[in-house]
Design a protein around this ligand. Structure first.
Ligand code: URA
Length: 431
């Protein structure tokens, strides 16, 4: 077999066999197939697509490109959750402690932010000392002892995805449904999950811009999960406007802590309860969604979920005093409030522009490995459907540099749309 023939076959819109896909993935992982051939192949996949069968074979080939984590000696049922990426999405920081407080151990490997979308690891590293590089042994021990782990993707799991994702990022081939589905599901399968909740974001601040695209991606991932013997549920959730109010690492951690203490923005709390309820049902800790939801609410109200978050931070070397006193978390020097220039109903709070503004302020990275500023970001005070009087605050820019603040302000000029006619609020979930 030759890599070039596999590229040509995909270029000519033909279906690749399992053997061809395995050959390509294994050769690329070993370094026998160079980046330029993998890039050409990824572009052919982006342009010509893959059948569900090809996508499943690609997922399994990538999942098996490295070690496969087996958690059966640690937990009864290994569950996982994954968000397809968004703005202000700090859901994991609340959902995992809630699930753990309800007796469902969760060990999760998360990623870093890139471009406009935030990353859970960057958020957690706002807490001094917090480690995201646990070894497999540490991961398993903590999962057993604390019931909660939140760390980085181990390098030996699905290495093919690590390599391919880095290449896609610089070759304009991220936005491909089969490539996204196989990237996400290969990591989940390699990480040992028996049951998976997928939070597929749709809208202006998501990879999937339309409900149709998001549904296609979600259905494909659920099918892949089923074929791989993993129970999988996908939720389609709104990402036209940021989730909650905070966009930016430390600001989001503060909001998550507020939520774990029973406060926080209503939309974010509701979103977390819904995702947590699905996780509890898949994890066999609740018979149905209603009882799962009640358990999740009780875990928040009693402070048990907050205590789990404290235990997580402590176990991973983080300074727990920052959880107890979140005002100690990094703060930006400059805070500028942007006010409404007229009265009216909000019809748009453009999630992607807010995500990009957070990155411009230094809170995100343009390319892998860039350093980030944990303190900066935005606090967005309005939601689609709100009525706002002239002079009321729309959002606040938290910056550490006057020039960047100016850049973010300019970037956000069109981010908020107001109209005279009433506007319906956006749903949290579509399906
Ligand atoms: N998240 C992933 O893990 N992979 C993708 O391709 C896109 C989002």
């Amino acid at each position: 077999m030759r890599a070039v023939d596999i590229i040509i076959k995909k270029r000519d819109r033909l279906e690749l066999s399992r053997e061809e896909i395995e050959f390509f993935v294994q050769g690329f992982t070993r370094g026998d197939i160079p980046d330029y051939q993998a890039a050409a192949w990824a572009m052919a996949v982006l342009l010509n697509g893959m059948t569900p069968r090809e996508t499943t074979d690609l997922t399994l080939a990538m999942a098996h490109s490295g070690a496969m984590l087996d958690l059966s000696d640690v937990v009864e049922r290994a569950v996982d959750k994954h968000s397809s990426g968004g703005v202000g999405d700090k859901t994991t920081l609340v959902v995992l402690p809630v699930a753990a407080a309800c007796g469902l151990p969760v060990g999760k490997m998360s990623g870093r932010g890139l471009g406009f979308s935030g990353g859970t690891l960057d958020k957690m590293e706002s807490i001094p000392g917090y480690r995201c590089d646990l070894t497999t042994e540490e991961f398993k021990r903590q999962l057993k002892e604390v019931g909660l782990v939140l760390t980085g993707q181990s390098l030996d799991l699905a290495p093919a995805d690590g390599k391919l994702y880095a290449l896609r990022d610089v070759t304009g081939t991220v936005q491909s449904i089969p490539l996204i589905a196989s990237s996400i599901m290969s990591k989940k399968i390699a990480a040992g999950a028996q049951a998976i909740v997928l939070d597929v974001k749709v809208g202006l601040g998501a990879f999937m811009q339309t409900l149709d695209e998001a549904r296609t991606l979600a259905t494909l991932m659920v099918d892949i999960g089923r074929l791989a013997g993993r129970e999988t549920v996908a939720l389609l959730s709104d990402m036209n406007q940021p989730l909650g109010r905070a966009v930016g690492n430390a600001l989001e951690v503060r909001e998550a802590i507020e939520t774990l203490r029973g406060g926080g923005p209503a939309d974010f709390g509701e979103h977390c309860l819904h995702v947590a309820a699905h996780l509890l049902v898949l994890g066999r800790r609740a018979a149905d969604l209603e009882s799962a939801r009640r358990a999740a609410e009780a875990a928040l109200a009693s402070g048990a979920a907050f205590e789990k978050f404290r235990a997580l931070v402590g176990a991973q070397g983080g300074d727990v005093s920052y959880v107890d006193e979140p005002e100690k978390l990094p703060r930006a020097r400059l805070v500028e409030v942007v006010e409404a220039e007229r009265s009216g109903y909000i019809f748009q709070v453009h999630a992607r522009l807010f995500g990009e503004a957070a990155a411009l302020l230094g809170g995100g990275r343009a390319k892998k490995g860039d350093p980030i500023d944990h303190a900066v970001g935005l606090m967005v005070h309005v939601k689609v459907g709100d009525y706002v009087e002239r002079g009321r605050p729309l959002y606040a820019i938290h910056a550490n540099d006057a020039a960047r603040l100016e850049e973010a302000r300019r970037h956000l000029q069109e981010a908020i749309g107001q109209s005279e006619a009433p506007v319906a609020p956006l749903p949290l979930f579509y399906e």
